[in-house]
Every structure is written in structure tokens, then in C-alpha cells.
Design a protein around this ligand. Structure first.
Ligand code: NAD
Length: 323
């Protein structure tokens, strides 16, 4: 792996994955792909090359891949679950037509491709607890989920039919402090830390008792690198691996914050769109295949993540980086 293109490099995951891969493989070898209106800024812009890479334009992706001698593409372009429900056709255009463009370029130019899937790839009839790696995915009620299931199948198709080295994980809700999330169902678990520091109180838009899988960004970044570096002969699965770190409901994250900020208060104002999506997703996934096939093991749980998030978000406020 020497020359990398990250498509969607300015999003919640891309902004951190780009910097992590630059640290590991060299700044000059990692191109930050973006679309006009979402240009890289600051360290992301200064530390390495960047190029326009719109997945809906296959020819443009092909020419960036050629120009920078790219051998590995991380395709993070997508509309997240809540945004996708308001623009289903665009969600498909980016998530599936766009993925097809990326896979075609990869086939023609010999690249490996990483395209994240999600807990959203499961539906309301999927077993909710210890959701198995291989299980029912037909009862999907969101366009986000429809795109994720299709994306998994299309990526496996390109591997089986053309030998393109496609790999992927089903990310849980990701919690991070660098870039705010882009309109997903698990965003509350990031916003709660910002509001805890900002005003000591939070209004949660998902019901008490709604369990979902979550993960701290450092573990997510390690998962991506570990999977892409894994010995292919050990991989029985490809698209996509369940990975899990912690599962909690809103009351538990609030209680954890209260251990550090005893006066923290939380009330609820339920968003029906988010709640319906959350209710169709697993409570917790079984990630034993990822553990066996490429050594997946998370480092963060709700306790040590909360300590780190509160420190890092407070630093941002103290430096005036956020209000
Ligand atoms: P995000 O919304 O923060 O970022 C998406 C990026 O895609 C943005 O930089 C946006 O500019 C870019 N983009 C939009 N349209 C594009 C196009 N036509 N061509 C190229 N780029 C385009 O999303 P994220 O949270 O960083 O998620 C990245 C991937 O990980 C997505 O596939 C998402 O479904 C998946 N995922 C994320 C989470 C999470 O909690 N963040 C959880 C599960 C799965």
C-alpha cells in the first residue's frame, strides 16, 4: 500500500483517517479527495496533496487515480442515515452509482478498495442482540440501509468476479471530537459531550432504553488500517465485517458523564425519524469473525472514552475553536 486516495476526506471519518494514513504511509502518499463546497482546511489541507474526487464522475476519479499512481482507495462518500431519508435518490446516486464508478476504476487500474458499511445494513427482523456476522438483512426500512446492503453485495461481486481487493467493516455509531458527524442516527452520542461542556445539559432525541453499538474514533481508525493490512489468505469474509466496542442507551452515557460533571442534566425530545431508524438497528453486534480473521480488538469502552471526550471537547472550548 503506497499511494492512497481518500474520497470524502473532509467528513467525520475522512478528516481523521487522512491524517492517520499520512502519519503511517507518508504525507505525500495520501491524497485527500473532496467535492467543491467541502474543501480541506487547516492541517488537512497543508499536510499533503488534495484533489477534487466526486464519485458521481467516474472519469474524474479515474484521472486522479492515474495522476497520483493510486493503489488503494478509501471510499467514504455517502449521505448518512437521517439526511438520506430526505434525499433517497441522491443517497443511491452517491452510495451505489458512485461506488460502481469507484469499483470500475479499481478494476481497470488495479486498486484495492475500502468502503464502509454500517449497523444500518441490518433491519427490523435481524436478531437484535449479538447480531451474527451472517444473518437476515432483507427487512431493511431505510434507504441508507438499502444502499449499505447493496454496497456490500456489489463490493463482494467485484471481488468474486474480477478479483478486485475489496474490504469493509460495518461501523457502529462513531464518537469523535475533530469533525462533527454528518447527519446520522447516532449523532446524539457526540452532541451530548459538546452540550455537557457547553451548558451542562442535553436534550436527547432518541428514547431512553434505545441501545445501539458505538465506537470511539481511534478504534475505528485502527480497524480500517488493520483490515486493509490483513493477510488476505485469512479472510473468509470481505464485505463487510461486524466490529463492536460498546453498546449503550442514552441514560448510560448520561450517567457516565455525571461521574465527571455531577450537575449534568438530560431530558428527552424524541425525533420520530431518528427513533424509527434506531429501532430498526441492532442493540449489539457479534464481532467474532473480525477478531478471528484479522485480529480486531477495541481499546475504548464507555468509561475511558468519556474521560477522553470530556478533556478533548473542553480543550476545544478553552481554545475558542467552538462556541
Ligand atoms: P460524513 O457525512 O461526515 O462525510 C461524508 C463525506 O462524503 C463528506 O466529506 C462529503 O463531502 C463527501 N461526499 C458527499 N458527496 C460526495 C460525492 N458525490 N463524491 C465524493 N464525496 C462526497 O460521513 P462519515 O461519518 O465520515 O462517514 C463516512 C462513511 O462511513 C459513510 O459511508 C458512512 O455511511 C459510514 N459510516 C459512518 C458512521 C459514523 O458514525 N460516522 C457509522 C457507520 C458508517
Amino acid at each position: 500500500m503506497e499511494h492512497i486516495l481518500i474520497i470524502g476526506a473532509t467528513g467525520q471519518i475522512g478528516s481523521e483517517l487522512t491524517m492517520e494514513l499520512r502519519k503511517r504511509y507518508g504525507n505525500a502518499n495520501v491524497v485527500a479527495g473532496y467535492i467543491p463546497g467541502a474543501e480541506p482546511k487547516g492541517e488537512l489541507k497543508e499536510s499533503g496533496p488534495s484533489a477534487i474526487a466526486d464519485v458521481t464522475d467516474g472519469e474524474a476519479i479515474a484521472s486522479v487515480v492515474k495522476e497520483y499512481h493510486i493503489d488503494t482507495i478509501y471510499n467514504l462518500a455517502a449521505l448518512l442515515s437521517v439526511v438520506a431519508e430526505s434525499k433517497p435518490k441522491l443517497a443511491w446516486k452517491i452510495g451505489i452509482d458512485g461506488l460502481w464508478n469507484v469499483l470500475e476504476v479499481a478494476r481497470e487500474q488495479g486498486c484495492a478498495v475500502f468502503t464502509p458499511s454500517s449497523i444500518g445494513a441490518f433491519g427490523k427482523d435481524t436478531p437484535k442482540d449479538k447480531t451474527p456476522q451472517d444473518t437476515l438483512q432483507r427487512s431493511n426500512t431505510t434507504i441508507y440501509g438499502v444502499c449499505k446492503v447493496t454496497g456490500e453485495l456489489l463490493s463482494d461481486y467485484y471481488f468474486n468476479r474480477f478479483g478486485v481487493d475489496t474490504r469493509s467493516v460495518r461501523f457502529p455509531g462513531l464518537i469523535s471530537y475533530v469533525t462533527l458527524p454528518g447527519g446520522g442516527t447516532t449523532d446524539y452520542a457526540v452532541e451530548i459531550y459538546y452540550d455537557a461542556i457547553r451548558r451542562g445539559a442535553f436534550t436527547c432525541n432518541v428514547k431512553a432504553g434505545t441501545y445501539m453499538d458505538m465506537m470511539y474514533m481511534p478504534d475505528a481508525l485502527n480497524a480500517v488500517v488493520q483490515l486493509m493490512e490483513a493477510d488476505p489468505s485469512r479472510l473468509k469474509h470481505r464485505n463487510s465485517f461486524n466490529i463492536a466496542a460498546m453498546s449503550f442507551e442514552p441514560g448510560q452515557i448520561a450517567a457516565e458523564i455525571r461521574k465527571h460533571l455531577p450537575d449534568f442534566k438530560m431530558d428527552y425530545q424524541i425525533d420520530p425519524v431518528k427513533q424509527a431508524i434506531a429501532d430498526s438497528w441492532p442493540n449489539s453486534m457479534d464481532d467474532s469473525c473480525a477478531r478471528e480473521e484479522w485480529g480486531w480488538k477495541p481499546e475504548y469502552n464507555l468509561q475511558n472514552m468519556t474521560v477522553d471526550m470530556l478533556v478533548k471537547v473542553k480543550e476545544k472550548f478553552d481554545k475558542g475553536l467552538i462556541k
